[in-house]
Ligand binder design. Structure first.
Ligand SMILES: Cc1cc2nc3c(=O)[nH]c(=O)nc-3n(C[C@H](O)[C@H](O)[C@H](O)COP(=O)(O)OP(=O)(O)OC[C@H]3O[C@@H](n4cnc5c(N)ncnc54)[C@H](O)[C@@H]3O)c2cc1C
Length: 445
């Protein structure tokens, strides 16, 4: 154990959240303090849904760092400038950049931290090991059998896909979540197929539009529990959830109040879409109506109650229930795509109590009255330790705290710079000057 490297800060996942943390630590003159492990073979940002024409849904100035430090070399504006693309970008007058352009920006920043990331390493477990002197260390094990030791861990893996119960036993090459869209649909490109897309989110509408552009897709059935694709609430008043002040307001509220408030504010981010994609789909739908084509079918107020036994090989028979009339009917499709979002931490249907990686330390988690781990304002969970333990053991959740910190937390780029500042500050504060001394002395690196 003595010979194994111990990282002061071990990051799991290297998406925008932990990338933003790397930037914040560099700014605080601690560039070597964190090491990251990332499942993908190189940096990527939601590449399974990097669809042609899709744009981002946040002000590009609210990037990894700009709201905190506009002079940083890691801003989106500097990315454009360095590529001699700033004038052309400004000339477009685009409200939002294309997702592909923004993915290029994120990859460009990630490149600057290449030496701090092990790509192609998928974490499968988190546990505690003895540090040999009365204390404990975190041990992250990866699929390939490697073990990484860290004093603190920052989980920045994004949330787990939400797969509603009727689909859980059918997952596979022809029933998959939107987070596997491009690789899965491209494997089916030689097949003439009918596809059901379940959900009414931004991802769902983008996937419906993309499918309709593919020659091998015979029919798309868009299944929604509600009335159909609804407009996202983009009022600046509602979007206050993406401000750090809102997190200060939200975090101390009782769990029940948090749940009510999140339900009230749901259409800021969930089961809601941008105007541009709604306009595009309505236009496409009208075109099909004019030629009496049933290539696009809308199924409002419908939920998939059950996947029935296959009528024949390669076909899925879905039992749809009208959620208001409670009537049922069946449809046959070849592929089902679940644009059903991601799981929160909590006790609601489809929630998970904590991140699956934390199973190995579950017995040491401090729990609230509902049995959910208590996440502090600085995004940390402080594990229960022995009284003699020389220092606290903290797991930070970077981008996973919607239930505890409010709507702006999970699944939004807008909060990245503020959140990474909070986490970096807390990490360094909890370790104090000691960290710097040990780094300089080379005992940890
Ligand atoms: C298609 C799509 C488009 C979006 N567009 C926007 C947008 O325009 N604006 C916005 O504000 N938000 C958007 N979001 C929300 C999105 O969550 C954030 O943009 C952002 O990706 C969150 O960053 P993250 O680092 O928390 O998570 P992720 O981007 O999911 O990154 C997590 C990283 O961790 C890695 N990882 C996961 N598990 C492991 C493991 N066990 N071991 C090692 N590595 C692991 C993953 O490979 C990934 O690279 C979008 C989401 C999707 C799905």
């Amino acid at each position: 154990m003595n010979e194994q490297q111990v990282y002061p800060i071990l990051g799991v996942g290297f998406g925008p959240a932990n990338l933003s943390l790397a930037v914040a630590l560099e700014e605080l003159d601690r560039p070597g303090a964190a090491h990251f492990i990332e499942r993908a073979d190189g940096f990527q940002w939601q590449d399974e849904q990097l669809l042609p024409g899709a744009d981002i849904q946040n002000n590009p100035f609210r990037d990894l760092v700009m709201p905190r430090n506009p002079y940083s070399r890691h801003t989106f504006v500097n990315y454009l400038a360095e590529r001699d693309a700033l004038t052309n970008y400004l000339h477009l007058n685009a409200k939002f950049p294309l997702r592909r352009e923004y993915a290029g920006y994120l990859a460009w920043v990630a490149d600057a931290f290449h030496g701090s990331v092990d790509y192609g390493q998928s974490a499968v477990g988190l546990s505690l090991v003895d540090d040999g002197s009365d204390g404990e260390l975190f041990c992250v094990e990866t699929e390939s059998g490697r073990q990484y030791l860290g004093e603190s861990v920052v989980v920045g893996t994004g949330r787990s896909p939400r797969v509603p119960p009727p689909f859980q036993r059918s997952l596979g090459p022809t029933v998959f979540h939107s987070s596997q869209y491009l690789s899965s649909i491209e494997r089916l490109q030689d097949k003439d197929i009918r596809v059901a897309v379940v959900g009414a989110s931004q991802s769902a509408i983008e996937i419906v539009l993309d499918l309709l552009n593919r020659a091998n897709i015979r029919q798309v059935t868009s299944v929604h529990r509600g009335i159909g694709f609804r407009l996202k609430d983009t009022s600046p008043y509602s979007r206050q959830v993406f401000l750090p002040d809102f997190v200060d307001y939200f975090h101390p509220l009782p769990s029940e109040t948090k749940r009510r408030l999140r339900a009230e504010l749901r259409s800021i981010n969930y089961a809601a879409c941008d105007q541009d994609v709604i306009d595009r789909l309505v236009g496409v739908q009208r075109e099909y109506e004019l030629i009496a084509s049933d290539r696009l079918r809308m199924m409002p107020f419908s939920e998939v109650a059950e996947i029935l036994p296959r009528p024949r090989e390669g076909v899925h028979r879905l039992m749809l229930r009208d959620v208001n009339h409670l009537t049922e009917k069946t449809i046959d499709v070849d592929v089902v795509i679940l644009a059903t979002g991601f799981r929160d931490f909590g006790t609601g249907p489809g929630d998970e109590p904590y991140h699956p990686l934390m199973e190995g330390v579950a017995h040491r988690l401090p729990l609230d009255e509902e049995g959910i781990p208590v996440v502090a304002r600085d995004y940390s969970i402080e594990l229960k330790t022995q009284a003699s333990s020389p220092r606290p053991l903290r797991v930070y959740l970077n981008g996973l705290c919607e239930a505890s910190h409010g709507m702006g937390d999970a699944g939004a780029l807008a909060m990245l710079s503020a959140r990474s500042s909070d986490i970096a500050g807390s990490l360094l504060e909890s370790d104090g000057f000691d960290l710097e001394q040990r780094l300089t002395a080379g005992t940890l690196q």
